[in-house]
Design a binder for this molecule. Structure first.
Ligand code: 13P
Length: 287
């Protein structure tokens, strides 16, 4: 059931669990995540970066695929189709294409510009019944071409953006996209605590979910994180399962080269990973 992320975010924040955002890249990814959400009776957010949108022939193709798949698979759990790290122009493209949720990432702009553009987009999203995620303080590393320095967010700026009435707020707390370096000091719970004190009930978003130790993820959820984004981890398990299939020579036996067979182990691996994350985030049975 395609919906905005508003209600699922409010319920998650009130219930002290988090909804997973899993980024999609193609049909297999989308199907694996939707089926797992249904099996786990969990709400879910499908994240689409601008790069992945382009890869899948544009946001209209993505929206049509997700809407049709949601229907043909008989998905009953709440599903939000969400633009990940959107530019100002990308947000309008996704709104037009039929996305139910958008993220405007103005974190690389001057704060006044981020504020002005977020203000406008909150107004547009509210009129259309869509959810909107804003960002303050950049997430480190690289997410499909979006590069951030990883500075912790300023709680006062977080409050200013939260007060605009955004649905959820991504605030940098030392998290990084992709695999964490060996010497990563961990999440800054001090920053998270000051942000939480400043923004009250606003659901917070933890980007860079790949590789954060489970205990830190759980603590962040206890402290107000209501959405956790995972991308790289699904890519890694897909890679590993596909590699194992090919290295075992299974693609050379019978019709093992059939793409439906070749992609099946990766598909199953994504399902296992998504289920594991939903259990960790506490969203199982919350649909
Ligand atoms: P990872 O690729 O580190 O899991 O981060 C995903 C993300 O934050 C998407 O916005």
């Amino acid at each position: 059931m395609l919906v905005s992320a508003k209600e699922m975010m409010q319920k998650a924040a009130a219930g002290h669990y988090a909804v997973g955002q899993f980024n999609i890249n193609n049909l297999e990814w989308t199907k694996a995540i939707l089926l797992t959400a249904e099996e786990c009776k969990s709400p879910v957010i499908l994240g689409v970066s601008e790069g992945a949108g382009k890869y899948m022939c544009g946001f209209e193709t993505v929206a049509a695929m997700v809407a049709a798949m949601d229907k043909s698979l008989g998905i009953t759990v709440p599903v939000a189709l969400h633009l990940d790290h959107g530019t100002y122009e990308g947000c309008y493209k996704c709104i037009k294409a039929g996305f139910t949720s958008i993220m405007f990432d103005g974190s690389s702009l001057e704060f006044s510009d981020n504020l002005a553009k977020t203000t406008e987009l909150v107004h547009v999203a509210n009129q259309l019944g869509l959810s909107l995620e804003a960002e303050v303080g950049s997430i480190g590393g690289e997410e499909d071409g979006v590069v951030g320095m990883g500075e912790c967010a300023d709680p006062n700026e977080c409050k200013t953006i939260a007060d605009l009435g955004v649905t959820m707020l991504a605030a940098g707390i030392g998290n990084i996209h992709g695999v964490y370096p060996e010497n990563w000091p961990g999440l800054s719970f001090e920053t998270l605590s000051s942000i939480k004190a400043a923004v009250g009930d606003m659901p917070l978003v933890l980007h860079g979910g790949t590789g954060i130790p489970d205990e830190q993820v759980k603590k962040a959820i206890d402290m107000g994180v209501a959405k956790v984004n995972v991308n790289t981890e699904c890519q890694l398990v897909f890679r590993d399962a596909t590699r194992a299939y090919v290295e075992a020579g299974k693609d050379k036996v019978g019709k093992g080269f059939d793409p439906r067979k070749l992609l099946a182990p990766g598909f199953e691996a994504i399902k296992v990973k998504v289920k594991e994350k939903m259990e960790l985030f506490g969203s199982v049975g919350k649909a």
